[in-house]
Ligand binder design. Structure first.
Ligand code: HCA
Length: 394
């Protein structure tokens, strides 16, 4: 990894050392994204790859949902991975029983605690909900599970009530409490404050589960970690309900670059992203950080010329670090220097004048259309005029 200490602001601000673990919820919250269904064999494949990366906890599913879901969670448990396997459970004993049948190590017992959810979803009073949650935490603990208690919609819950509930969960021997920003309303400052205040009340580790409705899931999760949260929730490619969850790949690269966290194998991130893209059917945006096809692509003449001399000029870190590759795009912004480099790699040794002529032709061809590919460039070099370049589909 290149020397990131080049960032003077990082040195001035300083970053605190973090004591964190990653819980990836792709197989559960990721699959709750509308339209996404993973086949059981796909779930197993994803779980194995998350384990290879070194993810600490894998939330494998919601066993009570269906027989197939339950059997997939059981099969993941049978893989005997290094990661702890967790399952989601409502605050009802039947859900805990379903998770126990699968052989999970850990369980996420959740109940909504905001007035909105209590009134319009659960149709319960707050004391009733708290009773269900604590009874279920106790039941799961009595059955030997590591228990995360999650307050769904925690960030819209009356804060005094929430803190009392977390304290109670601790008294009932929950191992973790989870702050679910279920509809992604937080920002880094409010998150930092919230976690700092909760830390004054409970001693057990805190989990951050953030949604990306305002595009701040990663920043909020990290703000929570800086305030002392331990377990950070992610999904591959950030898939999940509505705008999704904190993306695993962005999280791991940021942990490495900003906080020096070295515990995870980043080189497998690009492959895992492609796999989840194909299994989920959810395309990764071209400009998506870390794993988008443009993450290490350069077209502008100025950028390409600089990158060819020293990639750090326009790349924060090398693509190989995340198992990706650099792409030099040939288009209307391509300069002569880039063309010389590309054509040489294609086996053509053009004179300076020829390169300049070629650059003009490339500009003409791609001005109103799209970047051209190597075959089209070859035809231009060979003087085969009348390139038929059609618009790519929408
Ligand atoms: C959901 C539940 C949850 C739970 C989060 C957690 C949320 O709404 O599906 O485990 O802490 O976002 O509130 O995913």
């Amino acid at each position: 990894m290149q020397d990131y200490s080049e960032n003077q602001f990082l040195a001035i601000a300083g970053t605190p050392p973090l004591d964190i673990e990653i819980c990836d919820v792709t197989l559960r919250d990721g699959e709750q994204m509308p339209g996404v269904v993973f086949r059981p064999d796909e779930k197993l494949d994803i779980a194995m790859r998350l384990d290879e990366i070194g993810v600490d906890v894998i939330e494998a599913g919601f066993p009570v949902v269906s027989k197939a879901e339950k059997s997939a969670v059981r099969e993941i448990c049978n893989l005997d991975l290094n990661a702890k396997i967790s399952a989601l459970s409502r605050s009802v004993k039947a859900d805990v029983d379903a998770a126990l049948d699968c052989g999970v190590d850990m369980i996420s017992v959740f109940i909504a605690t905001s007035e909105l959810h209590l009134k319009y979803k659960l149709h319960m009073s707050c004391p009733e909900a708290i009773r269900c949650a604590l009874d279920t935490v106790e039941y799961a603990k009595d059955h030997g599970l590591i228990v995360r208690f999650s307050a769904e919609d925690a960030t819209r819950t009356d804060f005094e009530t929430l803190k009392k509930l977390y304290k109670k969960a601790e008294e009932y021997h929950a191992d973790y409490i989870s702050v679910a920003d279920t509809v992604g309303i937080m920002n880094p400052r409010t998150t930092y404050y919230m976690i700092s205040e909760i830390k004054k009340v409970v001693k057990i580790p805190i989990c951050m589960h953030c949604h990306d409705d305002l595009g701040m899931a990663l920043a909020n999760t990290l703000a929570g970690a800086e305030a002392g949260a331990k377990q950070l929730h992610t999904t591959v490619n950030g898939i999940g309900e509505r705008s999704g969850n904190t993306p695993l790949e962005e999280m791991l690269v940021t942990l490495k670059l900003h906080y020096g966290v070295d515990a995870y194998d980043l080189t497998r991130l690009k492959d895992l992203s492609k796999l989840v893209e194909s299994y989920s059917g959810v395309s990764v945006a071209r400009n998506k950080a870390v794993v988008g096809v443009n993450a290490f692509a350069h077209e502008s003449g100025i950028h390409v010329a600089a990158v060819l001399e020293e990639p750090r000029t326009y790349e924060l870190y090398s693509p190989e670090i995340v198992g990706a590759a650099r792409h030099i795009i040939i288009g209307k912004h391509t300069g002569a220097k880039a063309l010389k480099y590309i054509t040489e790699r294609m086996g053509y040794h053009l004179k300076e004048r020829e390169v300049c002529e070629l650059a003009e032709k490339v500009k003409m061809c791609s001005e109103f259309k799209r970047p051209i590919n190597c075959e089209e460039l070859r035809r231009l070099i060979l003087g085969m005029e009348n390139l038929e370049i059609s618009y790519p589909g929408p």
